[in-house]
Write a protein that binds this ligand. Structure first.
Ligand code: ZN
Length: 203
């Protein structure tokens, strides 16, 4: 089986039949499990023979080998010994959307600066004018322990950069401002996470 056969322009084909759709679903289930297996090493997991093979009643477990190049998943039933191959697993639409989702969740986590209430009020004091103050307040989300600041636009990042600079030149910085400066620095260091090795196979 080749994942490519179910796709058009890297997306699930529109004219896909219900049988094909079911088959793709079965393959993608295996792909999502096998992606965590060590590459090139036969692994027996929870997937059963009847989940993928023609042998609808076989309860044997599959022994699976996942390889990046060629991009294949090879399976063999440990009971009835039926075998099969899933080619181009890295093009699975479900796998790609899962990876994108988990990357964007990571990006959101990394894009957040946490401040307690006092620290947040200190940052507000550093606003130069009303529009900066308004922007800072709009960036912050209150939670039970304090405030989360999630700058998502260039302008907001620019503002935080300015605030960090103002912290830097202030004499007698309070502890809160010290921490704020560090948080902002950390934020800028982490804001462009490198793609995971897997994504290099995409596009
Ligand atoms: Zn079997």
């Amino acid at each position: 089986m080749d994942i490519e056969d179910f796709l058009k322009n890297n997306k699930k084909r529109e004219n896909i039949s219900s049988e094909e759709s079911l088959l793709l679903h079965k393959c993608e289930n295996i792909i999502l499990q096998a992606i965590s297996y060590q590459r090139g090493k036969k692994t027996t997991g929870d997937i059963k023979c009847c989940d993928i093979s023609q042998n609808n009643s076989c309860q044997g477990q599959l022994s699976i080998t996942i390889i990046d190049v060629p991009n294949e998943i090879r399976w063999e039933c440990t009971l009835c010994h039926e075998t099969g191959t899933i080619k181009n697993w890295c093009k699975s639409p479900l796998l790609i959307s899962n990876i994108k989702q988990s990357l964007s969740q990571k990006a959101i986590q990394k894009k957040t600066i946490f401040l307690n209430e006092n620290e947040f009020y200190e940052i507000l004091n550093l606003a130069a004018d009303f529009s900066e103050l308004k922007e800072l307040i709009s960036l912050a989300q209150r939670n039970k322990d304090g405030f989360l600041i999630s700058p998502d636009e260039l302008n907001s990042m620019r503002l935080l950069e300015l605030i960090a600079l103002r912290c830097e030149i202030l004499q007698n910085r309070s502890q809160a401002l010290e921490k704020l400066k560090e948080e902002i620095k950390k934020y800028f260091k982490e804001k462009a996470p490198l793609p995971e090795p897997f994504l290099l196979f995409q596009t």
